[in-house]
Structure formats: C-alpha cells, structure tokens
Design a protein around this ligand. Structure first.
Ligand SMILES: C[S@@+](CC[C@H](N)C(=O)[O-])C[C@H]1O[C@@H](n2cnc3c(N)ncnc32)[C@H](O)[C@@H]1O
Length: 238
C-alpha cells in the first residue's frame, strides 16, 4: 500500500528520501514518456516541440534537493509556482509536506492533474483532505498574491519558483512571494543553469540576488547541477 495514498486515514507524511524517490519514480513511470528530464537536455531549435517527460526535473537534482528538505526537517507548508504538464512536482511536495499549494495560470492543467492523482491514488481526490490547494491565475495577478498570503499564513517551509522563466517573471515571483517563507525555510529556483539558452532569465536573476542587486542584501545560494542546462538553486531564509 502506498503511504502517501493513505494520508487521508493516517495523516502521515512520508519523509524518508528513498521512500519519496521510489514513490516519485512510480509516478514518473506512469506518466508521459515515463522519464525524468534528461541530464543532456539541449535547448530547443525553432519549430521543435518539448519531449513528453513526466517531470521536468533531472532525477539526481531533485533527489539532492529532497535531501536538503528532509535533512532540515521541513514538512509544513509548501508553495510552488507552475504545475507543468503532469503536476509531478505538486505530487512530490505532497509526499513531503502537510500542505501544498500551486499557483498555476492554466486551470486545465490543474484539473488534469487532479484526475491523474485520483487515478494513481485509488480514487483519492487531491483537495478532499485539504492538504492540496490550487490558485488559478498568473502568479503576478493581485488576486493570486492575496490568496497565497491567506492560504500560507506566511509560514512556508518551501517556495519553489518554476513558472515563467523570463527575468522579469522570476524577479516578480521572488518579490511577491519570498516574504511568505519562514526563517529556516527554503526558496528554490528551477532551471538555474540555463545560461546559454538565451530565453531564460533565471541565471541573470540569481546572479543579481547573490550580488545584492535586487534588494540590497546578498543571498548565499547553493546550486545543484547534474545536467548541462537545467539545475536547481536554493537558499535558506534567515
Ligand atoms: C516549467 S513548468 C513547471 C514544471 C514542473 N514544476 C515540473 O517540474 O514538472 C511551468 C508551469 O508554469 C505555468 N506558468 C507559467 N507562467 C506562469 C505565471 N506567470 N503564473 C502562473 N503559472 C505560470 C505554466 O503554465 C506551466 O504549467
């Protein structure tokens, strides 16, 4: 029996890294092309289309990030920006945290995720036990921000920024949501190693954050990169 699927009865949140990875592996195998993001992912050329990966994370990178979460004992509330095609990171956070909220501009993706989740978890609808929540709208929409502030009580253990990847968008997401994370919580940024893609502003934003060019403070970032162009950067809130 899958522990995560028994959460409704036991209230238990799985926190062992191996268990989490094996649950995530099972989810990934059941969706899309059954694979994680490829470590040798190359930028798309014109007219190409993304492959149908079940999750956009590279397995070794997300595993290391999970280790950082688990070793700090973070298990309360998580907020992510961007659900992706299969909702695989929402599923992952639901294994680790008591409450997970995703801000996503596409309600259809969230609804499709709910059906997939229900199928995967023996009929359990993700929002039925109040541990999953979805805010439909652009992350920069004032209503999304108000809902996130109300729903998280400004006590987040994790903020994971993986929505729009342009410089302005990442800046906006960080400015609007970083104050929701409590001391000791983590703020993660996906795609920190996309420098030469020419379409992502994540590395540029992170450099400025480290140099104190965003709000005058210098943030000490850690980077987990086991791929050519993907990677996760994060810092612990002081
Ligand atoms: C890169 S995908 C997320 C991938 C997912 N975290 C994973 O690892 O599989 C980005 C998602 O963010 C959503 N998105 C893009 N810009 C957004 C915005 N400004 N506000 C809310 N959602 C946005 C897209 O619709 C898409 O579902």
């Amino acid at each position: 029996m899958v522990k995560q699927c028994t959460k409704q009865n036991s209230g238990e949140v799985v926190k062992n890294v191996q268990e989490v990875m094996s649950e995530l592996d099972r989810w990934v195998a059941a969706h899309g092309n059954g694979q994680y993001g490829p470590a040798d992912y190359q930028p798309l050329r014109e007219l190409e289309i993304y492959p149908d990966n079940a999750i956009q994370q590279v397995r070794a990178e997300i595993k290391e990030f999970i280790e950082e979460v688990v070793k700090r004992g973070l298990c309360g509330r998580a907020l992510e920006i961007g659900i992706g095609y299969y909702g695989s990171t929402h599923f992952l956070w639901s294994l680790l945290f008591e409450k997970v909220i995703t801000v996503e501009k596409s309600p259809e993706r969230c609804r499709a995720f709910a059906h997939r989740y229900s199928k995967f978890c023996d009929g359990l609808w993700p929002t039925s036990d109040d541990r999953s929540g979805f805010i439909f709208g652009l992350s920069s929409d004032p209503a999304s921000v108000r809902k996130a502030y109300d729903a998280t009580l400004r006590q987040l253990d994790l903020l994971f920024i993986d929505g729009a990847h342009g410089y302005d968008a990442v800046l906006c997401d960080w400015l609007l949501y970083h104050n929701l994370v409590r001391k000791g919580g983590l703020i993660g940024f996906h795609d920190c190693a996309t420098d030469d893609l020419g379409q992502s502003g994540v590395p540029q934003f992170l450099r400025k954050l480290e140099n104190g060019e965003i709000d005058g403070k210098k943030y000490s970032l850690q980077r987990i990169v086991h791929s050519q162009h993907i990677g996760i950067a994060f810092y612990e809130c002081k």
